[in-house]
Design a protein around this ligand. Structure first.
Ligand SMILES: [Zn+2]
Length: 68
């Protein structure tokens, strides 16, 4: 039925949205992994705005629990 079985719904850009520089497959892998990639042509930081449901509350550590 469905020929295109796209398991990954992530949208990895094939090119830099800023300067249009085509990303190499390896760069796309890095982008998919790190969710961020700096274009080597224009130094534009490509960031996947797909934020996973990982709401890290690192700043929550500021709770004042003084060590005894
Ligand atoms: Zn670029």
């Amino acid at each position: 039925m469905a020929e295109e079985s796209i398991s990954q719904s992530e949208e990895i850009p094939e090119a830099c949205p800023h300067c249009g520089n085509k990303l190499s497959p390896w760069q796309q892998v890095l982008l998919a992994t790190d969710r961020a990639l700096v274009c080597k042509k224009c130094w534009y930081r490509i960031i996947l705005d797909v934020i996973p449901t990982a709401k890290k509350t690192d700043s929550d550590k500021s709770k004042n629990e003084g060590p005894k």
